[in-house]
Design a protein around this ligand. Sequence first.
Ligand code: ADP
Ligand code: MG
Length: 479
Amino acid sequence: MPHTTFASLGVDSDLVADLASRGFTEPFPIQAATLPDTLAGRDVLGRGRTGSGKTLAFSLPLVQRLADEDCARPGHPIGLVLAPTRELALQIAETIAPLAREVDMTVTTIFGGVNQKPQVKALSQGVDVVVACPGRLLDLMGQGVVSLDEVAVTVLDEADHMADLGFLPGVRRILRATPRTGQRMLFSATLDNGVDAIVDEFLNDPLLHSVDPAVAPVQSMDHRVLLVPDKAAKDEVVMRLASGTGRRILFTRTKHLARRLARKLTQAGIPAAELQGNMSQNARERAMGAFTSGALHVLVATDIAARGIDVSGVELVVHVDPPAEHKAYLHRSGRTARAGARGVVVTLVLPEQRHDVEVLLKKARIRAGIEKVRPGDDVVTELVGQVAPVVAAADMPEGVAVKGGGTAGRSKEGRAGRSRSSGAARRRGAEAQGRGQGANAGRPRGAGGSGRAGAGGGAGRTRSGQGRGRGPGPGSRQR
Ligand code: ADP
Ligand code: MG
């Protein structure tokens, strides 16, 4: 069989060149499986494990097929991607932006928690691809700022989640506002019958491409289940697991617990950021920025970070509280061992949780024996790896969780964490940053954003609506 390349799968040469320039030379299996059909315009359901490259699998056909369409008219995007969280929407837009730029197309994100003005402005300028969370998109549709009547390609990432009860009514309204004839693609690591409602109503003669069985553990992921005798022992094990040098994500059951744990770790000299839905968007982006930049390497999150988030080099995922169900286990765990890298997943279990966790692991098809541990055991020491030096309060990086308020950011006096002022003043500073539209500090690197991330001129394409200057590049954001 001839060697499979992006070109042999039907990807245009300008996009192939861009991929190659960024080191993407070999298509991953989910890409090889779906591209011939998606590039041909077919409706597709794509299932591939966490970290297997689904974003590129849908971004390539989205961009390539839309490049043949006329540019979007103001307020009428031609491509749409729906995602469950803002962090994921931003990351998807970052993947699409360089490809879109190759073919002189633009992309923007639309989600809540931030001022809508930049989004409205981008739409009014005629943005081609919108990556959106349903709530704000519906809101803007209601205001008459955006119409989906010219959307030719729609993607649902994390499709099974988007078909969950909480999202389904909104997702339906959005899909109903797109033309019947458009192409639809649904992707997820856990694509199951939960998407039937959407498939039946909105997909036309769809093809299922399943690179893996419905539930398939990632090969390079090592699962450990630690039974701790009581809450005190658990707290100690958590503290130890957080103390290593590599990147790690700790998942908690509630927003409150995420906040408490992140602060506790930070106070103990382990810089930790929290990520949970009660934070301002500013604080969320600062936390993600600090984690992805490497300024700190411990992220304590709720399931808000369970789906889709791609941060390379996460070596350990800790289920501090067991997840609610087996799909959540797979998605949370999937933040490590991405794109073939190795990773370890630790689930902490209190005696009374043992039965539920066993059931959950069985459903997730994870075979891992339960290990009884105490905080000082060698098993824990091995999982911790090299211990990171303790960081003094005055040296905490921007983005750490701070007592009493949001997330440390820059304030007028300098770094909140460095400030020598009283704790109360520091708290006020952090709060102000958390709510306000503060400085640019701590933004995640890269693109997407509410800006026109993909504008480009003179790429040799003849698209109508000429005269677009090169927009702000992937480094810039509007708010
Ligand atoms: P998924 O959505 O399936 O969980 P992602 O799309 O987030 O996975 O991709 C996981 C990682 O794999 C990303 O960092 C991405 O850049 C990388 N990746 C995707 N496709 C390729 C490829 N063909 N070659 C090398 N790396 C790739
Ligand atoms: Mg994904």
